[in-house]
Design a protein around this ligand. Structure first.
Ligand SMILES: NC(=O)c1ccc[n+]([C@@H]2O[C@H](COP(=O)([O-])OP(=O)(O)OC[C@H]3O[C@@H](n4cnc5c(N)ncnc54)[C@H](O)[C@@H]3O)[C@@H](O)[C@H]2O)c1
Ligand SMILES: [Zn+2]
Length: 340
């Protein structure tokens, strides 16, 4: 196991990489801890939860809503949970977003830790302190920014992760590689998913590298004024695709990344679009689709990250170097319309 303390503003998060779930007993007092998890994780790993106070929620984004928060708070009250209690989210990004939020508002804030159990939560969702819930069609509209005290990484959880969920995490890993890390991009080109699934050490290293990459960005820019924006690569269009079509987050941002790479070729002379497409395809992600551009533009214009009529579109200069560019919607529409 490898321990790493990361300071973000006034908070410190300790990461326990290549760890075992059983180590949780050393991090929190079992009699003053409530675990929040979902039905899928609970059913797939039931024996791990023996002896722990556990709240089991229904799984899925549809339950990342205020009524779930209220139901958990009611259970905490029934358990007589006081402000010395720990709340530990064991699950994917839905559970870590919910647990982080509940932990930051219950009694004005109690101790929180996470055990991410999806690849996406390990390298992305559980990191950075953003948490909260959806409201009607608005994703993550309500929430807080607050860092968890620890993240415990036990990659044996991933043995039960469905293939479709692996792809969501891989899309974010490829995003990290193409925006920041040429060496990681080459490593991913050389290997494939089967290799990482068979080779626990390589998988642990891949996850640690990607988690630390996100931590470093959040450390520099907790509130998304600059560097953290680059993590939105592929997401401006990707979120719109995800809202309109029945595709997963990973599939949507894969398509968003390809479109952004093509815009980068037009605007900045980016030359590696085909390499990016090949890498995405190697990890089972889509690189081509036909869209209703008018619909996509309408959804993009509602995006909460826009600045007036302009949007910080993240473009590539080369593999490993991304830059935000302020573009207006008519310009984006025009550029997307010209794509081959
Ligand atoms: N806070 C952030 O910065 C941030 C960043 C990215 C995404 N997110 C949020 O994360 C969420 C998506 O996260 P996710 O993809 O992990 O979704 P999720 O939590 O819904 O998990 C995906 C599915 O996998 C199941 N699952 C989880 N772990 C499992 C395991 N080990 N074995 C078998 N099944 C398992 C879950 O029950 C669920 O059905 C979204 O709500 C998104 O908004 C937050
Ligand atoms: Zn994403």
């Amino acid at each position: 196991m490898k321990q790493k303390k990361i300071r973000i503003a006034a908070a410190t998060t300790t990461c326990y990489f290549a760890c075992r779930f059983s180590y949780l007993k050393k991090l929190v007092p079992i009699d003053r801890t409530v675990i929040v998890t979902d039905q899928h994780v609970y059913q797939s790993h039931a024996s791990l939860f023996k002896g722990w106070n556990t709240i089991v929620l229904k799984a899925g984004e549809a339950y990342k809503i205020q009524p779930t928060v209220d139901a958990v708070i009611e259970q905490l009250v029934n358990m007589k949970a006081d402000r010395h209690m720990w709340l530990v989210g064991v699950g994917g990004g839905v559970i870590t977003d919910l647990t982080g939020y509940i932990g930051s508002i219950y009694m004005r804030g109690i101790n929180v830790g996470f055990v991410p159990t999806t690849l996406l939560a390990m390298v992305d969702a559980a990191i950075g302190g953003k948490n909260g819930v959806d409201h009607l069609t608005y994703k993550n509209l309500v929430g807080t920014i607050r860092q968890p005290s620890f993240l415990l990484y036990d990659t044996s959880f991933l043995k039960t992760l469905p293939d479709s969920e692996w792809k969501n995490g891989l899309a974010e890993i490829i995003k990290h590689a193409v925006c920041f890390k040429p060496a990681l991009f080459r490593e991913l080109e050389k290997n494939n998913l089967g290799f990482y699934r068979r080779n626990k050490r390589a998988l642990n290293r891949l996850i640690e590298k990607n988690a630390l990459l996100k931590f470093n960005i959040v450390q520099e820019d907790e509130t998304e004024q600059g560097l953290r924006r680059l993590l939105n690569f592929g997401h401006t269009l990707g979120h719109a695709i995800e809202m309109i079509y029945t595709v997963s987050h990973g599939e949507a941002i894969s398509l968003g990344m390809v479109a952004a790479a093509r815009l980068s070729a037009q605007l900045n002379g980016f030359k590696a679009t085909v390499r990016l497409q090949q890498l995405l395809a190697k990890y089972g992600l889509p690189t081509q689709a036909t869209f209703d551009l008018d619909k996509l533009m309408r959804v993009m214009e509602m995006d909460k990250k826009k600045t007036g009529k302009l949007v910080h579109y993240i473009l590539l200069e080369q593999i490993g170097r991304a830059q935000p560019q302020l573009l207006s919607f008519p310009v984006i529409r025009n550029l997307l319309n010209q794509l081959p």
